[in-house]
Design a binder for this molecule. Structure first.
Ligand code: CMP
Length: 137
């Protein structure tokens, strides 16, 4: 079994879409192994997105990710990382395939509803960012 990290982003929680998005995630065969509601600070959002620090959208991204609560969710499934990226669709919702979460719900390339880890290695780091070992069932 593989694990990945999802984050329901501020555009998802503020529009009260969390239940609908979690429903799609569970219906696609993912098991929730840990979940919490968090309000990120400039410091925690900045640390999570440190890899994007030099990108022109970094400041706006941190502002967006701290604008409302987010819901990090650790998920488990065979091939979880790739299958979850497929379920959420392209970063830019205009390029996301029909049936994907971002195609259905995302507002823009920034307000794209949900995050998914991009590799098994990063999934481990990102799950550890939000959850301790004993919280993972
Ligand atoms: P995600 O892939 O989850 O993590 C990086 C985030 O940065 C991405 O989702 C978007 O929310 C945001 N992002 C990526 N590219 C752009 C862009 N060109 N303009 C604005 N935001 C972006």
């Amino acid at each position: 079994m593989e694990r990945t990290l999802a984050i329901l982003k501020p555009d998802c929680t503020s529009r009260k879409l969390s239940g609908k998005v979690i429903d799609k995630i569970e219906n696609a065969g993912f098991k929730i192994i840990a979940m919490r509601l968090v309000k990120l600070t400039d410091e925690t959002a900045g640390k999570f997105y440190a890899v994007h620090r030099e990108r022109p959208f970094y400041g706006e991204l941190v502002e967006f990710m701290t604008s409302a609560n987010v819901i990090p969710i650790a998920l488990e499934k065979d091939n979880a990382v790739a299958d979850f990226r497929k379920l959420i669709g392209a970063t830019n919702p205009a390029e996301a395939e029909a049936g994907t979460i971002r195609k259905e719900f995302a507002e823009s390339i920034q307000n794209n509803t949900v995050h998914g880890s991009d590799s098994v290695e990063n999934a481990k780091i990102e799950i550890g960012f939000f959850f301790s070992g004993r919280e993972l069932v």
